[in-house]
Design a protein around this ligand. Sequence first.
Ligand code: SAM
Length: 246
Amino acid sequence: MRTPRLLLAGRTLQAGPCEFDGDAVHHLARVLRRRPGDAVILCDGAGSAFEGVIEMLDGKRCRVLLERPCDAAESPLQLRLGLALLRGERMDYALQKTCELGVSHIDLLITERVEVRLDGKRLTNRMQHFEGVLAHALQQSGRTRLPRLAAPQRLADWLAGLQASVSQQERRLILDPEGEALQRGGPADGFILASGPEGGFEDGEVTLLAAAGFERVRLGPRVLRAETAPVAALSVLQWLYGDFAG
Ligand code: SAM
């Protein structure tokens, strides 16, 4: 029976007793049907995780005796993804799978052909939902560091922010069916990807991205769905530069 992992975002974890309540208790008791004496792993979402044993678990509260830090399944690669907003399940799929694949930042993008319009209360609700998708993917995958999720921004604003915020070492790739095959070699400690909406990037957007140092990279001759492309790209990068190759 796999040891369940629970995210207690923002909690400081250390050896000794750790008490908590809320949804995590319900999940542990009612869904996973764990009991006192069972093993559990708690993680803080910021890179720390501890193994422990349930000492007390009732309908409302739980106390775990944390014993030792445990390994984190975090990738050595810094993987930042500029992801055009997608509709419904497709967005959830892209968030879930890229989290499992080790993405470190997800910046939601509004491009010309994005069909989703989010603002006000709807934006708040969707962002909370997206954070929940990432939290579940983190717990399921054994990661300990939640990807940083940035609210939707226009492509030009994202690029302006990138110029200021990230070191120039990261290699920048546009996922583009009209691009070239990925050139191997070069700096391999970090990548910034730009992945388009279902309708693709407009020519002017590709020009803007290329002017900001993004290489147009093609992932084979088939047109991938907008939610498939970032998953394929991250898998290739983890194999070539990350922790897939052992
Ligand atoms: N007609 C659109 C076009 O030509 O860009 C198709 C868009 S595709 C359904 C959605 C997004 O997935 C694209 O903007 C691109 O970022 C990515 N994508 C799809 N197929 C790809 C491929 N073979 N190589 C690289 N990226 C791809």
